[in-house]
Design a protein around this ligand. Structure first.
Ligand SMILES: [Zn+2]
Length: 114
C-alpha cells in the first residue's frame, strides 16, 4: 500500500465525482406540447436522444456511488485492495478505473460467472 500514490487517485475520483454531480438534469424543451419544434424527423431524433440521456443518467448514479465508496476506502486506508481476494489492485487498473473494487483477475472471474 505504501507505494501507492493514493492522493493521485483521490484527486481523480473527486474530479470525476464533481463532474457527475454538476451535470445538470436534462430538460428538453421539445417535450412540452405546443412548442415550436420542427417536423416529425426532428421530433423523433429528440426523443431517442432523451432515451439515451436517461440511460446515461442511471449509469451516472451507479458510477457516483462507486466513486463515493472508493473515496471512503481512501479515507479508511483500504483503497487499492481487491474486495474479493484482498490482493492489491494493479496501479494501471486504478488509473484506468479509479473507482474499481476488484482486481483484474476477480473482475474476469465475475464476468465469466455471468
Ligand atoms: Zn481480486
Amino acid at each position: 500500500m505504501s507505494s501507492l500514490n493514493v492522493k493521485k487517485y483521490q484527486d481523480l475520483l473527486e474530479k470525476k465525482r464533481d463532474e457527475l454531480m454538476h451535470a445538470t438534469p436534462v430538460r428538453t424543451p421539445a417535450a412540452e406540447p405546443g412548442s415550436k419544434s420542427g417536423d416529425w424527423i426532428d421530433q423523433s431524433s429528440q426523443e431517442s436522444d432523451l432515451h439515451v440521456r436517461l440511460a446515461l443518467k442511471q449509469t451516472d448514479s451507479k458510477l457516483l456511488r462507486a466513486i463515493e465508496e472508493a473515496i471512503h476506502r481512501i479515507e479508511h486506508g483500504t483503497y487499492g485492495v481487491c474486495a474479493e481476494c484482498e490482493g492489491e489492485i494493479a496501479p494501471a487498473r486504478l488509473e484506468a478505473v479509479p473507482w474499481t473494487r476488484v482486481c483484474i483477475d476477480c473482475k474476469a472471474k465475475q464476468q465469466e460467472a455471468k
